[in-house]
Design a protein around this ligand. Structure first.
Ligand SMILES: C[S@@+](CC[C@H](N)C(=O)[O-])C[C@H]1O[C@@H](n2cnc3c(N)ncnc32)[C@H](O)[C@@H]1O
Length: 203
């Protein structure tokens, strides 16, 4: 009798362990796979670097910032808290979206921080004053025509690490590798900005 009940306990433990293991695998998959499948893995921006990017873009109170590929929403919270902006993130990973939504609610920022679950290539972004991008060069290439089509003239686009080939930035932060563009961008590249700086002795 005693042996039968300890055997039953043993098998329920095994089942519980298997269920926990499966849950972990599913959660891990949901965390890692969507960003990887869409070509830009989740690598969060250092807060100081994001702050410098938003300053370079001169983000002002009341303006609307979009972070395309928002990850855990850290840039949105920064934009809302320190710059007084309305911040909208689009993110493909459901778990990152969930975390960011929970944080927005717990910090009482739901009226200023919105996280939309989905592909940024299908998102409506025409209301943006500033677009923040921390993506791979290949992802920026895919985004280009879409930004040209949907953003209003004058919208500022700020990118971290990767630049838009053939678009001339209006300003940059060389130390942190941050590029600022104004729509529609002039043809050129960061090299054009560099030679302008060299000619004027600036930078
Ligand atoms: C390098 S992380 C940047 C996260 C955040 N912007 C930051 O600076 O901390 C890129 C993010 O883009 C998301 N992503 C990649 N492709 C996407 C797509 N097509 N639509 C929406 N999000 C995407 C990934 O899931 C990942 O969280």
């Amino acid at each position: 009798m005693g042996t039968a009940s300890s055997q039953a306990r043993g098998s329920s433990m095994t089942i519980a362990l298997i269920v926990c293991g499966m849950l972990l695998v599913i959660l891990g998959g949901l965390w890692l796979l969507p960003p990887m499948l869409y070509g830009a893995p989740w690598v969060p921006t250092r807060l100081e670097r994001a702050r410098r990017a938003l300053r370079l873009a001169s983000l002002r109170p009341g303006e609307c910032l979009y972070d395309l590929g928002a990850g855990d929403g850290r840039v949105l919270f920064l934009a809302a808290r320190e710059f007084g902006a309305r911040a909208i993130g689009v993110e493909i990973s459901p778990l990152h979206c969930l975390l960011a939504r929970v944080r927005a609610r717990s910090e009482g920022l739901e009226d200023r921080v919105t996280i939309r679950w989905g592909n940024y290539l299908r998102a409506e972004i025409g209301a943006a004053d500033v677009v923040f991008l921390y993506l791979t060069a290949a992802s920026l290439k895919r985004l280009r025509p879409y930004l040209l089509q949907r953003l209003r003239p004058g919208t500022r686009v700020v990118t971290i690490s990767a630049d838009f080939e053939g678009w001339q930035p209006v300003a940059w932060d060389r130390e942190e590798l941050i590029f600022l563009y104004r729509m529609p961008p002039a043809h050129g590249g960061w090299q054009a900005l560099l030679s302008e700086e060299n000619e004027t002795g600036f930078g």
